[in-house]
Write a protein that binds this ligand. Sequence first.
Ligand code: KG4
Ligand code: ZN
Length: 353
Amino acid sequence: MRVLGIETSCDETGVALCARAADGRVRLLAHQLFSQVDVHAAFGGVVPELASRDHLRRLVPLVRATFAEAGVVEGEVDAVAYTAGPGLVGALMVGAGVASALAYAWGVPALPVHHMEGHLLAPLLEDPAPEMPFLALLVSGGHSMLVRVEGVGRYTTLGDTLDDAAGEAFDKTAKLLDLPYPGGPRLAALAEEGDPARYRLPRPMLDRPGLDFSFSGLKTAVMLAVREAAGDDGVLAPQVRADIAASFQAAVVDTLVARSLKALKATGLERLVVAGGVGANRELRRRLATEVASRGGAVYYPRPAFCTDNGAMIALAGLCRLGDAVAGLPAMQARPRWKLDELAPPREPHVHH
Ligand code: KG4
Ligand code: ZN
């Protein structure tokens, strides 16, 4: 069984081929990524219309390159999976349209995939892969969630973001510090040179019951710290900037770690899966690894390249959902808003004898 995966929900065009071997193991055959960083950098953030146009430009060449890299004849797949949402509607429509057209031309089904399901299944591409059930900490540009995962399509949201997502907080703080887009990774790099104890920033929500997240108060606290630390010319000294970055990162990491430990305890689950762009953060990975291990649990991450948006996670999710494939002309889906809890387990794949 072989599935082509296509990701175009935001500012990365990702394409990959995944296969399931006879023993049930998943294998990644090839993956290609085109990042639109240079397209959006001048605007300080993602420009949706430019994103759509660039996906359209890159997608077919990337599909070709993926088949070539895998040494697979173009079209020799059992399905074409694509991100159907959530995301930018124009960007989603490009992926959905190209995927549906390819699937139709090749006579195979097109499979709409939920972007966050892709993220939370991504650690299954690694060795060792986490066994289900597990707790997933999903931290991306649009989401900060704790999800109980019993199986594919069996998800219960335990905690969600009440305002800004973790990645969004990184991006907005980066802007306050005049870092160019994409802010999150640049802020993390700057934080490595700073003193995380220099500024006492709030650890949002830790005094509150439940497992929800809120980062907008932290954003305000950073804004005040920046205003206070700036000289008369409004400019921050380089070390002050790095110290604010480090102090901010420490506050976010403390919050994510404390919430994850609380959720592990509340559910009795032992395995924690971390996924989504912020999962690439080195400080978060370091802290979770030690704190969860010291409590007898285990943490699983995708490799950093598969934390941020990529085609491999979509190909993998498609492989897990082959049972949902519908024969005939594919109905193209683009769903900018789509809740993870609405998903159901895949149907049993139809076996031909
Ligand atoms: O999963 P992703 O690639 O796209 C979404 O589905 O949103 O996540 C992107 C988010 C951005 O907000 C970005 O700033 C953040 O992940 N991010 C990071 C790091 N790398 C990406 N945040 C903190 N540290 C990083 N190393
Ligand atoms: Zn994502």
